[in-house]
Design a protein around this ligand. Sequence first.
Ligand code: NAD
Ligand code: DAU
Length: 353
Amino acid sequence: MKRILVTGGSGFIGSNFLNLAVGRFPKWTFINVDKLTYAGNPLSTQSLNAATNYSFERVDICDETAVREVFLKFDPHWVIHFAAESHVDRSIFGPRDFLETNVMGTLTLLEACRGQWSSFDDRLFYHVSTDEVYGSLGAEGLFHETTAYDPSSPYSASKAASDHLVRAYYRTYGLPVKISNCSNNYGPYQFPEKLIPLMILNALEGRPLPVYGTGENVRDWLYVEDHCEAILMVADKGKIGQTYNIGGRAEKKNIDVVTAVCDAVAKATKRDPGDIRSLITFVKDRPGHDFRYAIDSSKVEKELGWRPRVTFASGIAETVDWYLNHRDWVDGIRTGEYKKWIEVNYGQRGQSR
Ligand code: NAD
Ligand code: DAU
């Protein structure tokens, strides 16, 4: 019997996590605390609304009073903290929201744990973080848990700062914390500003496929469900105060990811792959664009027995199928209808289901 507070559960990874965990652990209760920014979509957790062990609170994690009220009402054993501003390009256009949510929001949650938990026994603050805190690799090498932090973008700098804060709360106050730093996720419910869903939808709609720079930059791709399984394992069996790197052992150049998407879309829609590939357009590079990310996940593999199960080829095929078969979700975002739906159902702010 556990009470789990999930922040950012209406976003991409958080909703996949809840869709997996709420059904798997019927005796645990889950509360989703989410501000519903542009990236939060209640339709992504719609199937949970009938579940008796799931509830939702529309709360900004930077709002100390609202966060304290949620803690008083729910008294969580675990806080699994996904909520963040997560898109690197947006952080370059405007860093402020990133610092506010990712740093001050994390601080607000840490303070709530420290203030509201009368004992730290059986409690956990889990920070879901990113491999981007380590900066950029050259052609060789891997990010290890001991790699020095060297973030490049305002997004990764804000995640690095929040990781440091989480560790500071462990060392200073003995707060039971765990951190995982994961590589690029893809799969259902990802907001179509990130590389893979953007390319799928543009390819389906015959629009240009913008590849930054020369397309030589490398990312390590992980299917989102594999990430969620890793989080459950680390939360359950990982050691307090420790960091775990999580990656897919699937390093790919961006141009190869985009051509794989083109071919998967062509196959799924019975179109000519050459026609879709011809939409690829090289555009101005992202400022401060990290060249390569690659994760050494041997710690989580050896200590906890985790392994990614979904190959890149099958994950891409499944993801293309998902976007093809969930046009209502996609159209809701494209037209902005989902935002209107949120205002009708939840009001401007602070209202729960
Ligand atoms: P996302 O942008 O899809 O979702 C973020 C969620 O947080 C949204 O539901 C949004 O409404 C909510 N949110 C934002 N600001 C909030 C605030 N102030 N108060 C309450 N809720 C707020 O992000 P994602 O891709 O699902 O990433 C989730 C977490 O995982 C982030 O912390 C991110 O840094 C980390 N991460 C992501 C990836 C990836 O590839 N997407 C990889 C590694 C780590
Ligand atoms: O590594 C983990 C990180 O992965 C997470 O912490 C971030 O939240 C998540 O957004 C992701 O960051 P990236 O910047 O790597 O993801 P994005 O999908 O924005 O870009 C992936 C790569 O593709 C990157 O090298 C930039 C490039 N790209 C991206 C877009 C949106 C393009 O070439 N064209 C595009 O249109």
